[in-house]
Design a binder for this molecule. Structure first.
Ligand code: NAD
Length: 313
């Protein structure tokens, strides 16, 4: 029969494209329950789903930050049966730490960390009982490597990586699979909007030098990096479909080959010096991104290190 796939955060971006791609599977192997906080935002998804809407794709309300909402949604599913849970909902946060209230930081953890855990707690017990199921977490390259001015976002994704790395071992005993998807930059409207918002903020509490590094050095280079190396939400959806369909899905799945050298830096030098200095040069000595990649490639090709990505093609 069809596999039931539940996805969080489907009103936009990666979640929307995942829902559409799985619902349009040629062999109709999936029934997608595409969830979002507010069904008023369903139009883009419904339009993109076309004929699949109300056939292989249905909608449901779900706010990952609310116990009641999560319970209600899962209780509304026939036999509470979910074969594949895709934890996609997440929020970003950039800026100097000095200028971000703790309350705002907590919101990031509420969504990116506790939101995922809330979903897993609700769905995992049934999967364990059935001795089957697949839990997918959309993490990030920033779940493996910190990035300047993304301190809190990276921390929330690191937290998720640590949680899942621990849980995966136990789940293996129950024949439940756990997979992380680790995209680099993805060109969603969200990113453009965040950069626009940031330009208008004046970073209260941060000193002028820090604000200068953030706005005039980090932001423009972040924009360049998105343009040069960004993948599309469809690329991430294709990678995720591959992971779902793999006979033995990997635990970690970097989607962007440009980023595997960066992640490899930290494994090439366990003191952390190489990563920290590489990022320092990337930020403050413009144009040296290529230098960093070349350095990393040297480590990779010396044979002691190998990283693999999952290709969207
Ligand atoms: P997006 O903003 O388009 O999608 C995130 C979705 O999550 C939105 O639809 C939003 O409404 C939803 N959401 C937020 N809070 C929620 C809540 N409490 N309950 C339910 N839904 C909620 O951005 P995206 O790029 O598609 O992000 C999807 C995932 O991919 C996130 O986990 C993000 O961290 C991750 N990611 C994004 C990038 C990137 O560059 N865009 C890179 C790596 C990882």
């Amino acid at each position: 029969g069809q596999k039931v796939v539940l996805i969080t955060g489907c009103s936009s971006g990666i979640g929307l494209r995942m829902a559409v791609m799985l619902a349009k599977d040629e062999k109709k192997r999936y029934h997608v329950i595409a969830t979002m906080r507010d069904l008023k935002r369903k139009d883009k998804l419904v339009e993109a789903a076309g004929d699949a809407y109300e056939k292989t794709l249905s909608l449901a309300v779900l706010d990952v930050c609310s116990d009641d909402s999560v319970k209600q949604c899962i209780n509304g599913i026939k036999d509470r049966h979910v074969d594949v849970l895709i934890n996609n909902a997440g929020i970003g946060l950039v800026g100097p730490v000095e200028s971000i209230p703790i309350e705002e930081m907590k919101k990031v953890f509420e969504t990116n960390f506790f939101g995922v855990i809330r979903m897993i707690k609700e769905v995992m017990p049934d999967m364990k009982k059935r001795r089957g199921g697949h839990i997918i977490v959309v993490s990030s390259v920033m779940g493996l490597q910190g990035v300047v001015f993304n301190d809190v976002y990276a921390a929330s994704k690191f937290a998720m990586e640590g949680f899942c790395e621990s849980l995966a071992v136990q789940l293996l005993k129950f024949n439940v699979t756990l997979s992380m998807i680790e995209p680099g930059p993805v060109r969603t409207e969200f990113e453009a909007k965040m950069i626009q918002d940031v330009k208008q903020k004046d970073c209260p509490g941060a000193d002028p030098d820090t604000v200068h590094y953030f706005k005039n050095i980090y932001l423009p280079s972040a924009v360049d990096i998105f343009e040069a190396f960004g993948q599309s939400p469809d690329d991430i959806a294709r990678c995720t479909k591959k992971v779902i369909e793999a006979s033995r899905p990997r635990f970690r799945n970097l989607t962007n080959p440009m980023y595997s050298p960066i992640v490899a830096l930290k494994y090439a030098d366990e003191t952390g010096g190489l990563s920290v200095h590489a990022f320092y040069h990337m930020l403050f000595n413009m144009g040296s991104l290529m230098h960093v990649c070349v350095t990393a490639m040297k480590y990779l090709t010396c044979g002691c290190l190998r990283t693999r990505t999952i290709s969207p093609n």
